[in-house]
Design a protein around this ligand. Structure first.
Ligand code: PNS
Length: 185
């Protein structure tokens, strides 16, 4: 994917003036896929780190056949939109199918995944290698989550919230509110 082709600047190369157009720059695009059931501050930390490497990040709600979801796709989408509203350029979508096919459809060069502890490694490694086997042109990039979020996961947060535990500061306010409503607390 390239930017629109308006003239960006004129520069001198070897004494000759050269016009550089926006279209000359490739956008570095990453898909940040996940279940996001629901989005946590750990996910947002990875997105913020991702923006230091990529021009464009597409947050994609995909189906993980190993999971039973608490929130519908629409609810997860609404919570992501609300939680990421300070990033107006971010794209949030849902896709039902293979992640690598979606990456190709979006002209993305990379899949972005967060890595917390060693316990994440085996699953992430397996998934990255399968995705590579399915499409060698899409690279998986792992970013280490901030230490604050090393133990945070959507599952553990849902478990704590379900029993009335205090999850302030671990999820965006809209998610906290929605979890309270879901569990009637
Ligand atoms: O947040 P999660 O549940 O760890 O995310 C896993 C997810 C949704 C990214 C993964 O299950 C996925 O990519 N699902 C789409 C189907 C697919 O392409 N699977 C990977 C190749 S086996």
């Amino acid at each position: 994917m390239t930017r629109s082709s308006s003239v960006l600047k004129r520069e001198l190369f070897s004494g000759n003036e050269v016009t550089i157009r926006n279209a000359d720059f490739m956008l570095r695009t990453a898909i940040y896929p996940g279940s996001f059931d629901p989005v946590t501050n750990g996910h947002i930390d990875i997105i913020e780190r991702g923006f230091k490497l990529f021009d464009r990040i597409i947050v994609a709600i995909l189906h993980n056949p190993a999971k039973k979801y608490l929130f519908s796709v629409d609810e997860r989408m609404t919570l992501l939109r609300e939680s990421l509203k300070k990033y107006p350029d971010i794209e949030i979508e849902a896709f039902d199918g293979l992640l690598v096919d979606y990456a190709v459809q979006k002209n993305a060069q990379a899949i972005l995944r967060g890595m917390r502890a060693v316990s994440d490694f085996e699953y992430e490694f397996q998934m990255a290698l399968m995705n590579r086997r399915l499409n060698r042109n899409v690279q998986t990039v792992f970013l280490m989550t901030g230490l604050r979020w090393i133990f945070t996961s959507s599952s553990i947060i849902k478990e704590a919230a379900c029993f009335g535990g205090n999850i302030n500061g671990m999820v965006p306010p809209a998610v906290n509110q929605k979890l309270k409503e879901k569990f009637g607390r």
